[in-house]
Design a protein around this ligand. Structure first.
Ligand code: CP
Ligand code: NVA
Length: 303
């Protein structure tokens, strides 16, 4: 397995399956009260440039739960803010810690850190990808449906970082994926094309939410304006309004379809309060699963 977790396309299906399986086993162990202090004496650095509730706390809880330690820092608190190059930051941090977990804007930042770091760099969200989140989403699908095979899995809304990582997941795991995004708000064109070329299953981009959701087993939604796009929020509310996951749209899916939302949610924008709080929503199990998948990731990458 590659030394860094930058994008899902860098991995093989058996590698990603083994992370998901390990996370499911760790969840069961946690429920039974069994602890694994496999990372005692190890330390990770968290370098976060965007807000976070789930990813930060679940990575920290995962590392502490495995017996390790965490040092959290924002770029603003570091010398990056005064112009120290990423390549120097990477080489210095790597001398202190056993892995660097990064949440930032540009994908180039994690790539540059990974190029110079001698310890693993883990992508905890960029404008382009959110790979760790999508692994916990897939864990949640497996937990509820037994497998990602043979399902109609749908991405509804913005073609954002989550959509891009779902597309790469589809190409690596080999499941079909249907996306519905407004014209001009589709996923990254290179990610889509390369994933379609890699995959033997269809990855289809539509512009009709009803067509996408019809007979779905799994529906994924996310905010319409991601972090860094706050200025576009009002414009997007209008453009995306027919993509809202409400009871009417959900009624077109299979009656046992599950609804995923990586959270934070904007209730009554991309998803109604009724659907998010309804019995088909697994959003809060999905949030919990972040901690279990992060344990599996840390166990694997921190050596
Ligand atoms: N889903 C997710 O990444 O949430 P946070 O932004 O709270 O970390
Ligand atoms: N697409 C969202 C995901 C938040 C976890 C964002 O980037 O803000």
């Amino acid at each position: 397995m590659t030394n860094h977790l930058i994008a899902l396309k860098d991995f093989s299906k058996p590698q990603l399956v083994s992370l998901v399986d390990r996370a499911l086993a760790l969840k069961e162990d946690a429920l039974e009260g069994n602890r694994h202090l496999n990372l005692a004496g190890r330390t990770i650095s968290m370098l976060f440039d965007k807000p976070s509730t789930r990813t930060r706390v679940s990575f920290e809880a995962a590392m502490y739960g495995l017996g390790g330690q965490v040092i959290h820092m924002t770029s603003k608190e570091s010398q990056l803010t005064r112009g120290e190059p990423l390549k120097d930051t990477a080489r210095v941090l790597a001398r202190y810690v056993d892995a660097i977990v990064v949440r930032t804007f540009g994908q180039y930042v994690v790539e540059e850190l990974a190029r110079y770091s001698t310890v693993p760099v883990i992508n905890a969200l960029t404008d382009l990808y959110h790979p760790c989140q999508v692994l916990s989403d897939i864990m949640t699908v497996v937990e509820n449906k037994g497998s990602v095979e043979g399902l109609k899995i749908v991405w509804l809304g913005d073609g954002n970082n989550m959509a891009n990582s779902w597309i790469e997941a589809a190409s690596v795991f080999g499941f079909p994926l249907t996306l519905a995004c407004p014209e001009g708000y589709g996923p990254d064109a290179d990610v889509l094309k390369q994933s379609q070329d890699r995959s033997d299953k269809p990855i289809v981009l539509l512009h009709d939410p009803a067509e996408a959701v019809r007979d779905a087993d799994v529906i994924n939604v996310d905010v319409w304006a991601s972090m860094g796009q706050e200025d576009e929020q009002d414009k997007r509310l209008d453009i995306f309004k027919s993509y809202q996951l409400n009871a009417g749209l959900l009624g077109l899916a299979k009656s046992d379809a599950i609804v995923l939302h990586c959270l934070p949610a904007h209730r009554d924008e991309e998803i109604t309060d009724e659907v998010l709080e309804g019995e088909q929503s697994v959003a809060f199990d999905q949030a919990e699963n972040k901690m279990h998948i992060h344990k599996a990731i840390l166990e694997h990458f921190v050596r």
